[in-house]
Ligand binder design. Structure first.
Ligand code: SF4
Length: 255
């Protein structure tokens, strides 16, 4: 009965629609992917894609998945080596246009964010030294200054985490968009596309909230930050217009 217990314990497919930030996730106990990584002895460092151990784990998982697929196909009498050729349908005009438009917004955002951190790589340490001087002169409190920089560091991490993630989720949400009404989803809200839209909107919103903190902290950088916020806001509005019920996907899961 282990199988039934596991089914109750794990939230089906949750790892497909999360932000992969396991260190911050409240569902590690109920995530099959995370538990498999724990069983494989993977640490956060091992999950770095430049680490060979990560690729070894991916390869082992692929082998397991293929074995399960072959076993399942055999049980169903399907010969996987002789499947009929199926022509992939072309994406609709709407998907092509949305992909082009959203990718352009994301690319512009990416360029601006990369340039922002590159061009200001001396600015932030200077601001840090300035803060230390203020504390030494008694103009600012030590705890207040520490909290300020902790907040900035935390928001910088959030911005970095979602920078490329947003692009990957745009592709996934739109790739499946033409199939959201297919019968094999019990409802459009359970389609891969719709479920992906939720984490996409969340990633954009969290990035925007993080940039808002930067705006408050470094008002002299207002123009650059507002440019990025405008791009993210445009993207968010368009995603929400295409997926108006994004909040209703994955009920019971709170990110
Ligand atoms: S659901 Fe949570 S634990 Fe599982 S992969 Fe996603 S972030 Fe990691």
């Amino acid at each position: 009965m282990q199988h039934t217990m596991d089914e109750e314990k794990y939230i089906p497919g949750i790892y497909n629609y999360c932000d992969r930030w396991c260190e911050q996730c409240r569902y590690t106990d109920r995530c099959y992917s995370f538990q498999m990584e724990v069983e494989a002895g993977l640490t956060a460092e091992d999950k770095d894609i430049s680490n060979p151990k990560f690729w070894e784990h991916v390869s082992n998982n692929m082998k397991k998945a293929l074995e399960m697929l072959h076993q399942h196909a055999e049980e169903m009498g399907i010969d996987l080596d002789n499947l009929p050729d199926v022509e992939e349908p072309l994406p609709s005009k709407k998907v092509v246009e949305l992909t082009e438009h959203w990718t352009k917004l994301h690319d512009d955002y990416l360029d601006k964010a990369d340039a922002f951190f590159e061009e200001n790589k001396d600015y932030f340490p200077e601001k840090g030294h300035e803060s230390i001087r203020w504390v030494e002169m008694g103009i600012k409190g030590e705890n207040e200054t520490l909290a300020f920089w902790q907040d900035v560091t935390n928001k910088r991490e959030i911005i970095g985490w979602y920078l490329y993630f947003i692009g990957a989720k745009i592709s996934r949400a739109l790739n499946g968009y033409d199939e959201i009404n297919d019968e094999h989803w019990d409802s459009p809200l359970q389609s891969d596309s719709y479920c992906t839209s939720r984490i996409l909107v969340i990633a954009i919103e969290r990035s925007m909230a993080a940039w808002q903190v930067f705006l408050g902290a470094f008002p002299e950088k207002e123009n650059e930050i507002l440019d990025m916020l405008t791009l993210l806001d445009k993207l968010r509005r368009q995603v929400v217009a295409v997926f108006p019920d994004w909040q209703k996907t994955m009920p019971g899961v709170e990110w």
